[in-house]
Design a protein around this ligand. Structure first.
Ligand code: NAD
Ligand code: LMR
Length: 329
């Protein structure tokens, strides 16, 4: 057996945590031969609930689970962490302005970024799930100057999976036959789901669907799916979010199949598609098992350009608001 990998999950007693932890513990992230130690971080009021989840993890007797520890101390939770899932966040409450939400979350993701900087393993990989995910990732990354910026990512994989599924439904294809959709930008209703480069069983998607369907149904359905799930379930997506969180980290660690990309929110270095450096942005990416690489050189249509620009503006506004509050230097 290999050395145990340490996976820290924040918001571990929440809905996504409950759907995510058992999949990591069962070996679905690293494989059946790699033991995993779970670090569960919660706020003090939710530690008891996290203890209940830990009891259930115990009761599964997973061969790959090498231990579970529960923390309400951010610094201890990230000691030696190889993989960090930052799930816990401050939800938007009635009457809360966007600036209030950004400020409350900056107070969570700044200290978590610093704790990762100070205590995590050299190979740490971070996925921010808690909303607003892209800007929370930017905040955490800014608090971690000693960790390569490329290790801080935000979850756009749920949007990507939604974009695959909706195209599969429309064309009657299997999900597995859909390749190279991308969701540019922000994990919010501003996002731009794009089938310009997608294929369906090897055929260009643009030969199978028309612009009228894309603009009136596809793009708004994918972009507003989170809100539709909340409306239907009375709660935010949890199992599909946990599934995407596994998919994202699995692709990063094990690599993407040759010639295929996925969508991830990665820190822009200013050299791709006109996205300013310092923003966390949904791009088409591949992984060779080490770092994410943005897929460059795609021929961008006027419509996609407008979609990318709209997202640059939205994310720049979030960035500026957080900077004004003093959370980004
Ligand atoms: P939830 O309310 O069920 O659970 C959140 C948990 O986080 C709670 O147990 C809470 O105690 C904990 N928490 C709050 N502050 C914390 C802190 N400072 N440290 C550690 N834990 C803390 O929420 P959920 O359904 O699990 O969703 C979590 C987040 O994920 C939300 O922000 C949600 O909007 C977001 N989300 C993102 C995506 C995506 O695709 N990026 C998809 C679905 C949900
Ligand atoms: C989702 O896309 O399902 C969530 O981000 C929605 C939300 O606001 O929690």
């Amino acid at each position: 057996m290999a050395e145990p990998r340490i996976v820290t999950v924040t918001g571990a007693a929440g809905n996504i945590g409950y759907a995510l932890l058992f999949r990591i513990a069962s070996g679905q992230l690293f494989g059946p031969d790699v033991p995993v130690k779970l670090h569960l971080l919660e706020i003090p009021q939710a530690v008891k609930a996290a203890e209940g989840t830990a009891m259930e993890l115990d009761d599964c007797a997973f061969p790959t689970l090498a231990g579970v520890e529960i923390f309400d101390d951010v610094n201890r939770a990230f000691q030696g962490t190889n993989v960090a899932y930052l799930v816990g966040a401050m939800p938007r409450r009635a009457g809360m302005e966007r600036a209030d939400l950004l400020e409350a979350n900056a107070g969570i993701f700044g200290p978590q970024g610093k704790a990762i900087n100070d205590g995590a393993a050299d190979d740490v990989r971070v996925l921010v799930v808690g909303n607003p995910a892209n800007t929370n990732a930017t905040i955490a990354q800014n608090a971690a100057p000693d960790v390569p910026a490329s290790r801080f990512t935000a979850m756009m994989r749920l949007d990507h999976n939604r974009a695959v599924a909706q195209l599969a439904h429309k064309t009657g294809a299997a999900n597995a036959d859909i390749k190279d959709v991308v969701v540019w930008g922000n994990h919010s209703a501003d996002q731009y789901p794009d089938v310009s480069f997608a294929t369906v069983a090897g055929k260009p998607a643009t030969e199978l669907v028309d612009e009228e369907w894309l603009s009136s149904y596809y793009r708004p359905t994918v972009a507003k799916r989170g809100a539709a799930i909340i409306e239907a379930r009375g709660a935010s997506s949890a199992a599909s979010a946990a599934n995407a969180a596994i998919d994202h980290m699995y692709s990063w660690i094990h690599g993407t199949p040759a010639g295929e990309w996925v969508t991830a929110g990665v820190m822009s270095d200013g050299t791709h598609y006109g996205v300013p450096a310092g923003l966390n942005f949904g791009f088409p990416v591949t992984s060779d098992g080490g770092e994410w690489q943005v897929v460059d050189g795609l021929e961008i249509s006027d419509a996609t350009r407008a979609g990318i620009d709209h997202n640059i503006k939205a994310l720049q506004e979030e960035y500026d608001a957080v900077k004004e509050l003093g959370f980004i230097k």
